[in-house]
Design a protein around this ligand. Structure first.
Ligand code: ADP
Ligand code: ZN
Length: 622
């Protein structure tokens, strides 16, 4: 029998300050935490980087017993537990990667009431032994992390998550809190019913991530464009580059390395050991670029990912928002950069056409893609578009996305649209043969290519009627016609076909408005003098102190075998740089410095600061 806990319940605000070193709760955290501490069930929808973990970690520390966290991220459990232990929290995990000895030790610790938090892989719940074990200890709460994994058609679906609906029957008195960053109304509903959370309180946070700058550029020479983006804006920064296929992951990683950028590949085809090692290096080392398929990234809580670049079009706005959300968890300035072109649309449509599942499923995938295309082709603020996709209205343009920074004009493209659509119609009618965008553009531009003459397409009435647009503009036009549902694309060669709506345009019953193709991609303002200073937004003269602190952190992390960010985040080092505390008690008031870290690292920080005072960096202007 376990003895009733005699510890008085600590106050949530106190735990926030003492353990985590944070002064105040973020938007929504207080209400969620108070609700769960009081024993209520909760469904928490918060954007990636919004601060979900505290919403179950603090209640677990406040309530008697152990908080049991169900998480699919086995490869990250060790890191999550290490991070908590660095804060002085008693945490552990149970999953298939550990030895029998380690597992038994963890189980006894749980039964003895010596754990604040226990992380559990969902497949553990299939085992009778797990339920028996949980019965022998005291459970403070169940936290269901990445709760969208219960949604059937989501790309992260895990069958084991369906077992989680049984928690309520077996432990009706234990509060359950489910958390996710995927929050379209449809996913929200699916999580609610599948986890039986109808009577839980639902908390929906503001989904905006104001420190992320969203940009979409027309894809021309993707490798060169990526390289320029990295060199001019993110030299030396950690970031993620997403590609669709394993082979492009390999190629891009090699290309970056050949160009002097420290990059690693990550995809499901790599040996598990290599994958784990690359992930660990990305988390532990500074300034690495991970080139990956979307198999990488869920639950990665590296706070200083400064950019997320997409070289291929994401399949849905949900996926895009989750992937880009991995940038800038520390709240510092970050970039989400996407290169997208006509070929992406062709490729994605083909993937949908050949995907498993019934017609309804394919239609759903098609709708996801259409929403993504709409976001790419908008002339409005991208953030407004993103947030409205998640059901959140925002009145004013954000000022921190490419369409806000370089307003795009739309123009009346009805006539060019009619020309393109009639060319598609002619070809289809006269020859019953199918052609892709490149050939159609050649015809409209009046180019007598071998293929054009071979098929006699230079005799068509539409031959050469499109000289008012350049090739790039025509490609943009096709892309936008696709995004607007006025054309559709099919088959391996990307055959263009008319849609039901095309007729309205051909008959002159409908006008078409398009976004003007920029002459060249708008570039970031001038290349900054001191890039690091820009990222952390420090005055130039403060940068050397910040760099000293980083060097100290790097050395300390190496010594202790943990990632640098587990010691302090960049944001904390930044505040230390600006405030230059001269005593431990002053240092304790910096955000991110809790009791445990103060005791462990406080003197190291003060000593490092003292050194920078004694010997200012050459060139610091002092
Ligand atoms: P999520 O799980 O929602 O993606 P995390 O829980 O990892 O986000 O939190 C993101 C970052 O914000 C973490 O580095 C965390 O330490 C920090 N954070 C969370 N809550 C607060 C707070 N109240 N004050 C300061 N920083 C916070
Ligand atoms: Zn904007």
């Amino acid at each position: 029998m376990t003895l009733p806990s005699v510890r008085p319940q600590p106050a949530a605000a106190d735990v926030l300050r003492r353990v985590f070193g944070y002064e105040s709760f973020r938007d929504g955290q207080r209400q969620i935490i108070e609700h769960v501490v009081a024993g209520g069930d909760a469904l928490v929808l918060m954007p990636t980087g919004g601060g979900k973990s505290l919403c179950y970690q603090i209640p677990a520390l406040c309530r008697p017993g152990t908080g049991v966290v169900i998480s699919p991220l086995i490869a990250l459990m060790q890191d999550q537990v290490d991070a908590l232990r660095a804060l002085g929290v008693r945490a552990g995990f149970l999953n298939s990667t550990q030895s029998d000895v380690a597992r038994r030790e963890m189980e006894s610790a749980f039964v003895a009431g010596e754990l604040d938090l226990l992380y559990l892989a969902p497949e553990r719940l299939r085992l009778r032994a797990t339920a028996d074990l949980l019965d022998r200890g005291e459970i403070a709460l169940f936290a269901i992390d990445e709760a969208h994994c219960v949604a059937q058609w989501g790309h992260d679906f895990r069958p084991d998550y369906l077992l989680l609906s049984e928690l309520r029957q077996r432990w009706p008195e234990v509060p359950r809190v489910a958390l996710t960053a995927t929050a379209t109304p449809a996913t929200h509903e699916e999580i609610t019913t599948r986890l039986g959370l109808e009577n839980a309180r639902h908390f929906v946070a503001d989904f905006d991530r104001p420190n992320i700058q969203y940009r979409v550029v027309p894809k021309k020479e993707p490798k060169a464009q990526l390289l320029e983006f990295l060199r001019t804006e993110h030299a030396g920064d950690a970031g993620i580059v997403y590609c669709l296929s394993r082979s492009s992951v390999e190629k891009i990683a090699e290309f970056l390395v050949a160009n002097g950028i420290a990059a690693l590949p990550y995809h499901a085809g790599l040996d598990a050991r290599v994958r784990a090692e690359n992930q660990a290096r990305f988390l532990r080392e500074d300034g690495l670029v991970m080139v990956a398929t979307i198999a990488f990234g869920m639950g990665i809580d590296k706070p200083d990912v400064r950019f997320v670049a997409h070289l291929d079009l994401p399949k849905s706005v949900e996926g895009y928002y989750q992937e880009t959300g991995r940038a800038g968890r520390d709240g510092l300035r970050s970039t989400a950069w996407l290169a997208y072109g006509l070929q992406d649309v062709v490729q994605q449509r083909r993937l949908i056409d050949t995907s498993d599942g019934d017609a309804a499923h394919r239609r759903r995938l098609g709708q996801h893609l259409d929403a993504m295309l709409g976001l790419c082709e908008t002339v409005e603020c991208r953030r407004v578009g993103l947030l409205s996709y998640f059901g959140q209205q925002r009145a004013a343009p954000c000022g921190n996305c490419d369409t806000c920074l370089h307003p795009q004009q739309s123009w009346d493209a009805t006539v060019p649209a009619q020309k393109m659509l009639s060319a598609v119609l002619r070809l289809h009618r006269e020859r019953r043969q199918k052609f892709g965008a490149g050939h159609l553009i050649d015809i409209l531009l009046g180019r007598r290519t071998p293929k054009v003459t071979q098929h006699g397409h230079d005799t068509l009435t539409v031959f050469g009627i499109g000289a008012e647009l350049s090739e790039a503009e025509w490609r943009g036009a096709v892309r936008q016609l696709l995004a607007q549902g006025l054309l559709t694309v099919e088959g391996e060669h990307g055959t263009l076909l008319l849609t039901d709506a095309s007729g309205e345009v051909l008959r002159g019953d409908r006008t078409v408005s398009m976004r003007r193709e920029p002459e060249r991609a708008p570039r970031a303002a001038a290349v900054p003098k001191n890039r690091r200073a820009v990222a952390v937004e420090l005055p130039d003269h403060a940068v050397p102190v910040f760099e000293r602190l980083r060097a100290w952190r790097g050395a300390t992390a190496k010594e202790q075998g943990i990632p640098a960010y587990m010691i302090f985040h960049d944001a904390t080092l930044r505040e230390i740089t600006l405030r230059r505390p001269s005593s431990l008690s002053e240092l304790a008031t910096v955000s991110g410095v809790g009791e445990n870290k103060l005791a462990k690292y406080g003197q190291g920080i003060l000593d490092t600061l003292a050194e920078t005072e004694a010997a200012p960096e050459p060139g610091s202007g002092q």
